[in-house]
Design a protein around this ligand. Structure first.
Ligand code: 0RA
Length: 637
């Protein structure tokens, strides 16, 4: 232990650990909840690599009590022999040296990889403690670490016939200051995704923090085709099975699965080495251009050819498309703001060529499928042209009146969008109170009334022309659909204010569906809020308190040092019952109001929820509402 090379080692280790603990964000993105969950992904990614190399088919992730996580696999086990050059166990090297993981298996490149692909040593460095068990060569082995440093050398334990690696750790709360508690749903979404992307592996997620442990098993023989089936669940599909394309060229492995449904939206996920490339990149460009080209080729020989002047656009051919594109690249170059855009230029042509050839072949052999898709794309193209005309018409119309803003809008005087808010208010009477109660310098009011359109069942041309949505579109001033431009937004807070009853929740959901489908950047950017009017007014003598839910009402009642008989409790049935001053004080005054910001963490789950709630199929909706009854009555989304 005191050999010179060991102390030299120690210095390298300390320097590495220090770097990680000093700037955790550089290695795992953040020290918030995202970074915390990244620890699990990082360890699991190593197991997936082992599985991809053909030595492991089962991964178990356990959320133990007290924020401890355990990840087990049945792979070869991390090597434990003493590394000749370094004089320490290979296990210790893998767990304490940055980037030591790949050194041992040069033959296979690391296919899977967390966003940062940094290795287990980073997780170790950011943990109060970590334990590693390795079952290998007939024995169990064990080593424990504290803030990334080994407590003792690797110890050989009892005999075993098993093989595999178990890593168990507690995230360091002095680094993850916001929280060290894992979210089951967040982990299950990513682990499900990994199981879809790597068919043949079983990934089990178990929550032992609950009195009755919960366990999900993800194992999909169908791979990304099954992923597409999952994404299209509760949608009416145009052809029974997803179309599956795969191939390999120049060490780049390409897989695509796609299936059309009868909705008007597109769900397109792309992955490089299991990383979700949210910003797209060359692989996606290759896929999209091949799809558009192939469909235009088939259009030429179809009965629609004569009636169609324009060719089909990319958006036309992707209406109702659900697709998953997954490629494996030995040396990916990631670009873009969040480093989730593939830059490798050679990939584009490879994906394009493969998709072009195999899709053409598939459609030649399946004329019914291609006819259905052409039919739908042609309708989408016609709607697109009609939508453009509708947009031009509104532009001309708005050029005529001085402001171009809808008559119902009571605008604010402030011109800096960052300071401006717009309240979209259900009903004329609440709209009236809001107009009187507001601060007209920075708060605009747009009342909505009557039956709101369900955009989930409508094509874009009808959405643009809709008399309920048109005032919303023109008030916001940033366009709609493909031409939506968030930099033109006239208000940086868009606040939906509706009653806490069934009608209110209906209008809220319809508006959110509209924003999600046609102004996704608004939701992504966190510009949308739900106003939270109080449920109760508690008054006595000249005092007034407001409670936003039952629990708060109970709590407040206890603090009032009065005979409860003399305290008056009023339950608000709607916004209309509040006078302008009360509405200002409780729901609109930035210093005292409550609002809920709508965010988009997970586009896949959001798509499923909106399809379930607003789509055609009644049974899944009934089931969703039943399963989420408590949640729905609270949040109404
Ligand atoms: C280095 C080399 C080998 C396997 C692994 C690391 C390995 C790491 C992890 C992390 C979690 N589970 C793991 N399983 C394996 C190759 C071993 C060999 O050549 O026998």
């Amino acid at each position: 232990m005191t050999s010179p090379s060991y102390s030299a080692n120690n210095i390298t280790v300390l320097k590495g650990l220090e770097a990680v603990r000093k700037r955790p964000g550089m290695y795992i993105g953040s020290t918030g909840p995202d970074g915390l969950h990244h620890l699990v992904y990082e360890v699991v990614d190593n197991c997936i690599d082992e599985a991809m190399a053909g030595f492991c088919d089962k991964i178990l992730v356990v959320l133990e009590k007290n924020d401890i996580v355990r990840v087990e696999d049945n792979g070869r086990g991390i090597p434990v022999d003493i590394h000749p050059g370094e004089g320490v166990s290979a296990l210790e090297l893998v767990l304490t040296r940055l980037h030591a993981g790949g050194k041992f298996d040069k033959g296979t490149y690391k296919v899977s990889g967390g966003l940062h692909g940094v290795g287990v040593s980073v997780v170790n460095a950011l943990s109060s403690w970590m334990e590693a068990w390795v079952s290998r060569d007939g024995y169990d082995h064990f080593q424990k670490y504290e803030t990334g440093l080994p407590v003792d050398p690797v110890k050989r334990m009892g005999e075993t016939e098993k093989r595999g690696t178990t890593i168990r750790w507690l995230a360091d709360s002095s680094i993850f200051t916001e929280t060290t508690t894992y979210n089951f749903d967040v982990l299950s979404t990513r682990l499900r995704e990994l199981a879809f992307l790597n068919s043949g592996i079983s990934i089990i997620l178990r929550d032992e923090r609950l009195s009755v442990p919960k366990e999900l098993v993800f194992s999909f023989e169908g791979g990304i085709s099954h992923f597409v089936t999952y994404l299209n669940e509760n949608k009416t599909v145009l052809h029974k099975e997803p179309i599956y394309i795969s191939g390999e060229r120049d060490e780049i492995i390409v897989e695509v699965a796609l299936q059309y449904n009868d909705t008007y939206s597109e769900v397109m996920l792309s992955f490089v080495n299991d990383i979700n490339t949210r910003e797209g990149g060359t692989h996606l460009v290759g896929f999209k251009s091949a799809l558009t080209r192939v469909l235009n080729e088939f259009l030429k020989s179809s009965k629609h050819a004569k009636k169609m002047e324009d060719s089909l656009s990319g958006d036309d051919v992707r209406e109702g498309l659900t697709a998953v594109l997954s490629i494996k690249v030995p040396e990916p170059q990631f670009e873009g703001q969040t480093k989730t855009k593939l830059g490798n230029s050679e990939v584009r042509g490879i994906v394009d060529g493969l998709v072009n050839d195999q899709l053409t072949l598939y459609f030649e052999q399946n004329p019914d499928v291609i006819n259905q898709i052409i039919e739908k794309s042609v309708l989408a193209a016609k709607a697109r042209i009609a939508a453009r005309q509708a947009r031009d018409a509104t532009r001309r119309k708005s050029a005529m009146d001085s402001s171009g803003l809808p008559g119902k809008l009571a605008d604010c005087s402030e011109k800096d969008p960052a300071q401006c808010e717009i309240y979209i208010v259900e009903g004329d009477s609440a709209g009236g109170s809001a107009k009187m109660g507001r601060n007209r310098r920075f708060q605009a009011i747009l009342p909505l009334w009557g039956k709101m359109l369900n955009v989930e069942k409508t094509r874009i041309d009808k959405v643009i022309g809709n008399d309920k949505l048109q005032p919303v579109i023109s008030s916001l001033g940033a366009g709609i659909g493909e031409s939506f431009d968030v930099s033109k937004l006239r208000y940086h807070k868009i606040i939906i204010m509706a009653d806490a009853d069934v009608d209110g929740s209906h209008i809220r959901t319809l508006l959110l569906t509209f924003f999600f489908r046609y102004m996704t950047d608004l939701v992504k950017g966190g510009f949308i809020y739900l106003a939270m009017p109080p449920l109760y007014k508690i008054s006595w003598e000249r005092n007034i308190l407001y409670a936003y839910d039952d629990a708060e009402k109970e709590r407040l009642m206890k603090t009032i040092d009065r005979d409860p008989e003399k305290v008056n409790i009023q339950r608000y049935k709607g916004l209309g019952e509040m006078n302008p001053d009360q509405l200002w004080e409780t729901t609109m005054n930035p210093d005292s109001r409550m609002m809920m910001q709508v965010t988009l963490d997970d586009a896949v789950e959001a798509d499923r929820t909106f399809t379930t709630l607003m789509g055609e199929h009644v049974e899944p909706r009934r089931k969703f509402i039943e399963d989420n009854a408590v949640y729905v009555s609270n949040l109404d989304v």
